[in-house]
Write a protein that binds this ligand. Structure first.
Ligand code: ADP
Ligand code: ZN
Length: 291
């Protein structure tokens, strides 16, 4: 089985071909430009391939309400040309096959639930902590869409007592993304996150914010696995700090072994590594075929 996959990001589009085992056979990367020129390259790639379905996991916000006349659109974004653009419609004009369509983080959550760290589980929460913060939610075997789609990157946070950074979110200032995404790290410390030493005080503050959001999602959704991906999570010292923050915040209240004594197996980095998004798009394509 050959399934097309698109991981559509703000800086690059990764297109690939995968199968029902989540194995990626081939991939290309296209810099994100204006929609027509970007999608012309995406379409040209798949025209050379024999695929049975295509799954798209994309940056947003997007419309994922199948009842809406704007289903398949990118809705509001500062990216030139993409606001109110019919992304899925453009793809469908070129291929008469089933299409899966969801947010990049929902795709990653589904990929992890199908082949990765949450394999065999019927729920997980997937965070990406990168240029922005995004949250994908898989609950009782379904991706959560709701009113628009979850926007867990913008939850409000309680401020760290030693942190006077005003926050970098244009909408909320000091929301989670405003305090903890890669650009926030860079703005607060005046160097790129990747250049901060492993023992820099930045990481305790970073874990403080992520730990709050993760504790809230555990209280709200009771996921069977929490997966933390994105460029910032390449900092290996961060994960144990987040474990400690989550336990501190929950303070024994959620009396599950996963939280109390096995948190290192409960809050983890992606089992699929940097392939979570692309594999997730394959999983979306597979689901579209079964629909
Ligand atoms: P995107 O979110 O654009 O899809 P990434 O998940 O790679 O891409 O996130 C990019 C962000 O992560 C940038 O802000 C970058 O500075 C930050 N970042 C990337 N690698 C590291 C690292 N090793 N340590 C800290 N921050 C990093
Ligand atoms: Zn925000």
């Amino acid at each position: 089985m050959r399934i097309g996959a698109v991981e559509a990001g703000g800086t690059k589009f990764v297109c690939g071909i995968g199968n029902e085992h989540g194995e990626i056979e081939k991939r290309i990367s296209i810099p994100t430009g204006e929609p027509e020129e970007t999608l012309a390259q995406v379409i040209a790639f798949f025209k050379e391939e024999d695929v049975e379905a295509i799954g798209i996991g994309t940056f947003g916000p997007i419309n994922i309400d199948k009842q809406s006349e704007h289903y398949g659109y990118v809705t509001t974004t500062p990216k030139p040309g993409w606001s109110n653009y019919h992304f899925l419609g453009k793809m469908k004009q070129s291929f008469s096959i089933p299409f899966g369509w969801d947010t990049d983080v929902n795709a990653a959550a589904l990929g992890e639930a199908t082949w990765g760290a949450a394999k065999g589980l019927d729920s997980c929460v997937y965070y990406t902590i990168g240029t922005g913060v995004g949250v994908g939610i898989y609950a009782e075997g379904h991706l959560v869409h709701g009113l628009v789609h979850p926007e867990g990157g913008h939850v409000l946070t309680r401020r760290h007592p030693e942190d006077s950074f005003e926050g970098a979110c244009p909408y909320h200032g000091d929301c989670l993304e405003g305090m903890a995404a890669g650009p926030a790290l860079e703005k607060r410390w005046k160097v790129k996150g990747s250049e901060l030493a492993a023992d820099h005080p930045a990481w305790a503050i970073e874990a403080f914010y992520i730990g709050q959001a993760v504790a809230s999602s555990i209280l709200l959704l009771s996921p069977k696995k929490v997966i933390l991906g994105g460029g910032v999570m390449h900092q290996k010292q961060l994960l144990p700090l987040i474990h400690a923050e989550v336990q501190k915040n929950l303070n024994g209240y959620v009396s599950a072994e996963a939280v109390l004594s096995k948190i290192d197996q409960y809050i983890v980095t992606p089992g699929l590594g940097d392939n979570a998004g692309l594999c997730g798009a394959v999983a979306l394509g597979l689901r579209a075929m079964q629909a």
